[in-house]
Design a protein around this ligand. Sequence first.
Ligand SMILES: Nc1nc(=O)[nH]c2c1ncn2[C@H]1C[C@H](O)[C@@H](COP(=O)(O)OP(=O)(O)O)O1
Length: 213
Amino acid sequence: MSCPKKTSTEPHVVQETVIAKGKWVKLEQTTYVDPTGQTRTWETVKRTTRQSDSIADGVGIIAILKRTLHKDCVVMVKQFRPPLGGYSLEFPAGLIDDNESAETAALRELKEETGYKGEVVGVTPVTCLDPGLSNCTTQIVMVNINGDDLENIHPTQQLEFVEVVLIPLDEFQKKIDEVLKKENIVVDAKVYIYAMGMSQAFFKPNELPVLKQ
Ligand SMILES: Nc1nc(=O)[nH]c2c1ncn2[C@H]1C[C@H](O)[C@@H](COP(=O)(O)OP(=O)(O)O)O1
């Protein structure tokens, strides 16, 4: 990774002025000093819901459903997203509530959106989502679901407008490409990048026979 060039001024924010505020989001004008020392402005979107003691706005959940005699599947959700004016294919996700950890939020959101009860196996650092637009951040929580567990055999969702889609992990990118070809749906960037990474991990080593073990 290349680092930004060394500059004489450390860039920093000097003022944040609210231009418009709704219940869920606000638009601010951010005044900042750029690396050349010049004062500039930027239009910034923020969520109004971030808890003061919370390091991230929300969680995304990579949930792997493990069942006897089945391929491991990634639990995905398809839903109408008003800002897109259409459907998206995403990992289950949601905002972190007051006094909630990323792990607790992930298990709660997974249960609400898909009906599955999972177990946390890992959490990422705080990651940004669209830093040229917003300060919005998320933590990705890795969860395993024991699909043979009685309460996971017939999972009951609490959100009727969210459709649960199970996609085999070993064909993740191929199956997503099939969905995208068939349906007018937009896939979340996190999902597609995970899919490309999975494809590289599963197939690329076998495509490079010249590499030594
Ligand atoms: N930007 C938003 N506009 C809204 O009008 N409502 C919004 C926004 N962001 C969140 N919400 C509402 C919708 C839900 O009732 C709650 C909780 O959302 P959550 O389930 O945690 O997150 P998503 O599933 O990713 O929508 O907030």
